[in-house]
Design a protein around this ligand. Sequence first.
Ligand code: ADP
Ligand code: ZN
Ligand code: ZN
Length: 808
Amino acid sequence: MPAGSYLFCDVSLPVPLDQAFTYGLPETLRHRVQAGSRLVVPFGPRKLTGVILQCHDDPPAVAARDALRLIDSEPVLDKELMALGRWIAAYYCAPLGEVLRSMLPLAADIRRGKVWSLTDAGRDAARQLLLDASPDDPLVQVLRMLEKRPLSAAYLSKTFPFADKAIRSLERKRFIVAEEVQTSRDPLRAPSERLRVELAPNHAGDAKLGKPERELRAFLELHPGSHNLKEIEAMVRNASIAARSLARKGVVTLTTENAATTAGPVRVRHSLNPSQQAAFDQIGAAIQTRRFRTFLLHGVTGSGKTEVYLNAIDAAIAEGRGALLLVPEIALTPAMAGQFFSRFGDRVAILHSAFTDVERSEQWRRIRSGAASVVVGTRSGVFAPVKSLGLIVVDEEHDGSYKQEETPRYNGRDVAIVRAQAAGACVVLGSATPSLESRYNAEREKYTLLQLPERIEARPMPTVELIDMRQEFLETRKQSTFSRKLIEALQQRLETGEQTIVLLNRRGFSSFVACRACGERVQCMNCSLTLTYHKRDRRLLCHFCGYAERVPASCPKCASEHIYFMGLGSERVEEELHQAFPTARIARLDRDTVTGKRHYETILHGFREGSYDILVGTQMIAKGHDIPNVTLVGVVSADIGLGMPDFRAAERAFQLLTQVAGRAGRGAVPGRVLVQTINPDHYAIRLAAAQDYQAFYEKELNFRRMMHYPPFTAMANVLVRAEKQEAAMRMSADLGILLNPPPEKLRIMGPAEAPVPRLKNEYRYQFLVKAISRKALNELLQRVRAYAIQQKWPATSLVIDVDPLTLM
Ligand code: ADP
Ligand code: ZN
Ligand code: ZN
């Protein structure tokens, strides 16, 4: 649509309010504005970047301020994506401006692009406060820093823990102002430098390399294909110098831009086995009809789902359409990306939330121009501007990382389905352990069920044995971390050179610290949660808010010196494995050892290459990896998480155990799985061991039906939080009155203390709403929002979570 000429436009801004804001258009912008483009506008004392909803000539009731600057000469969100944004805002009860912001590749940039500086009043206050207040006061610290020079919000939050709060308070006092800084990182900008770099086909792995060289190589391993060197420079320090020296050592090749070849190493294309073929036939046919349809591809671990996806993408391309593949956060590894590059070459774009803005913008630009028609991405990849979308694949559709746990709290899988419906595209949801919701939709024939019941080449499923740790204790009279059977099996693997994965889904060394004298457990200062002991850092750490403190020498409550450490974490499992097997090469993968995505890759790559015998870790190690030499999986405790006050606890335990068991025996040697538990009779554990998805599904579905839980009801969690307990109580009581009596077709539980009553220094109360009508649920939630806005509750006080995955 060519731009017309308009006097005004309505802009959606990333603020927690529902309405759009009208701005006047200065002469220079009148002909250039279009719906879907970003516009910089004044908002109070600040400048904000918003998205234009519509342009018009109707003057608003109150005089409008003028827009400042247009960022995009062409819309960044087309009609289809704008409509999707509106759907998300309505369905998840989130402000449209915040939804649109999170749909854009520069979301992080816009948020982080805030630079704070002192106002005149702030300057005076700084002088005054510096004299009067304690130097430890966060307000003083921020003011002192800003006195020297303006600083970005990101820098301030990184520098000290309470910056966000201090900033908010200083802003309220009008001591500081923010400016939105737009850097030159515009997604539509064309690359300037012409040199491209990529890994040489058979580059030697262990040439002696300097740090910049190693970093560049790691980067290229994670991002297969050729890259513009100038752009890499922005992400990897000294990339140019490193690239040239690596080129001399034969590790990378450098080419000029135009000569960049598209051919990567050719991946062997497997011919599909009969189950794969049958599944693909249906998907392929559906793609050709160009009509919306959703498939649920239920394939056991190692059944070759990826090959089906690849064929489906081929079919979409053959129709001249684009394809989108969504994968869970942790699954987007070089191995995964590599498969796509080798199959689809330069048509592939990768979107990963861990990528830098520059990187994401560049990929986004290629997608939008149509140069990339196959997109692989994590959750927010569902918003990629793929041209003529014909297929969306959601791999591991049950995975929790598809759900965004901040506003807008959307589920990427569900958004994918809505987007596909509007685009007339097909959806393939794949999983070895489909979510109850998806499997139920298949049962009701909303989705078409496709099954891959066997592993590739008729490899056997691993045998799973449950080890009752209560019995183990009775027999050995020792409280040990590993059962005799697990030790023995590990020993055997070390002798045969096969590899083992050991799972304990809890990080840290000891899960809590307690006092023998009075029983007190050391809790977080900000949360009603116990602190976890991390031995390497010699600190107690809160896994929810990051609060850390030194291990107390005596009990904070009764001063007894008899402090003891309880409960296992992955750090301790690693240490005990070292003690049990001093010569074994052991690596650990959890959030403590993985500080960046590159590090994660290095460890995993090392394991794949055989540099380690044993990989210990949390759920990170359970997903997706296909490492043929792994023949043993040990689960130290299957019980973690089972006792959580959450109706999905059993489902999650079943999924985790099934997935981790699925890592064993993917090569020629059959796999063995040993699961230690004190609940061997719990149905989630028993049926995961039996690898009987169907039985679990039926049992769990019955429970959900009886208890009126999803998929039989639509559910929402309404959470009220505040720093002061009285405030939180009062707000939740007021809401309680508003919601009483509950409208028809709704059941409301609450207000009640949230399972974690205090988190990140805020008191929390919640309402659980179950509805047999989506519409009734939505109406109620909209009423709650309107009420909060009308009552002028602080924006962060109300959290509405539609289709929540966790109730904590
Ligand atoms: P899943 O995702 O279902 O767990 P994968 O897609 O990772 O399984 O496939 C498991 C392994 O089987 C992979 O190494 C893959 O290359 C291989 N594979 C897939 N399809 C075939 C086939 N038709 N013939 C031989 N090997 C195959
Ligand atoms: Zn005590
Ligand atoms: Zn905490």
